[in-house]
Design a protein around this ligand. Structure first.
Ligand code: NAD
Length: 306
């Protein structure tokens, strides 16, 4: 009977907790809950004899892995897994997984909602514009981007996407036109939405040479990661291009400056909230539980990321 630790500095919603418990009870797995902990030492102690671990944004570094002598698998309930030290997990013979796709619709709805909010002048009572008939370009065409494309097509947007790691069929089957040059994302879009991971290739890659290509009045939407933006260049672009607008769910270092100086053209959510829905919370937690059970029962490592 594997022992699973659910360690969440910020606890799952009540419904998610209930459903995760039901999964482990049905499989007859022992499950231990460390919720809303404030001292990382509590985490080190609780993980000592766990064979499986579910986390949210909790950090799994060398110290946690050193403390987790029995650990075989860690699952991040969510999409991004930059809070897990992957090489260290591999060195400790721990399989690391995420739960891809489970919160993607939530993020996509937020991206589209923020576009409408900005198109309507932040609901200021004045005349605005519509998304229908506008061109949306997607940078990265993974889980979130596909949900964004689906909603945008329903609204009547013309959707194009760039992702060099996919086959032509991934675009045609989604009814989206494929772009083959990064520059085209910025040249064509009335709305340009970022859906790339933050890695060596993409960090600070959204720079002035790309932003300069944008159409007059274009809007850049970032529900991906703050690290992909070159903030100095974003500032230059906001100064140079008077109609350019930036919407973000991820606060960079200069968020206060941007909010103060470009109040009409910049919008940041008060905290990262793309995946903050009851549904996403429950879906990711239940998926994490099921992946752990499938790993122990069938050796299933489909969602392994290390
Ligand atoms: P995903 O892994 O499903 O999709 C990422 C896509 O980017 C993949 O198709 C990959 O081929 C592509 N890609 C990678 N490098 C690229 C490059 N250099 N150029 C073009 N394409 C590239 O991920 P996802 O779940 O769709 O998440 C997308 C982004 O959104 C990630 O940055 C993720 O961390 C972020 N995210 C944010 C929230 C939030 O709360 N705001 C929630 C979930 C995900």
């Amino acid at each position: 009977m594997p022992k699973v630790l659910i360690a969440t500095e910020k606890a799952f919603a009540a419904e998610a907790v209930q459903k995760i418990k039901a999964e482990f009870d049905a499989a007859k797995y022992e499950h231990i809950w460390l919720e809303n902990y404030t001292d990382v030492n509590e985490f080190y102690k609780a993980v000592a004899d766990a064979e499986a671990l579910i986390i949210r944004s909790d950090i799994v570094d060398e110290k946690v892995l050193d403390a987790a002598k029995q650990l075989k698998i860690v699952v991040r309930a969510g999409a991004g897994y930059d809070n897990i030290n992957l090489p260290a997990a591999t060195a400790h013979n721990v399989v690391a997984m995420n739960t891809p796709g489970q919160n993607s619709n939530a993020v996509a709805e937020l991206a589209i909602g923020m576009m409408i909010y900005m198109a309507r002048g932040k609901f200021n009572g004045k005349s605005g514009s519509e998304l229908a008939g506008k061109t949306l370009t997607l940078y990265g065409f993974g889980w979130v981007a596909r949900y964004v494309a689906k909603i945008a097509k329903g609204i009547g947007m013309d959707v194009h996407a760039y992702d060099p790691y996919l086959a032509d069929d991934d675009f045609t089957s989604a009814g989206v036109k494929r772009l083959t040059a990064i520059e085209d994302i910025f040249k064509l879009g009335d709305y340009i939405s970022l859906h790339i991971p933050a890695n060596a290739e993409t960090k600070k890659s959204i720079n002035l040479s790309l932003l300069s290509l944008m159409k007059k009045g274009a809007t850049l939407v970032n529900t991906a990661r703050k690290e992909v933006i070159n903030e100095e260049d974003l500032e230059k672009a906001l100064l140079e291009k008077k109609g350019f607008r930036y919407i973000s769910d991820v606060e960079g270092e200069k968020v206060d400056f941007f909010r103060q100086n470009f109040a009409d053209r910049v919008f940041y959510t008060p905290k990262k909230m793309g995946a903050q829905t009851e549904e996403a919370n429950t879906n990711s937690g239940v998926a994490a539980a099921r992946q752990i059970i499938a790993f122990f029962e069938k050796g299933d490592t489909k969602y392994k990321v290390n």
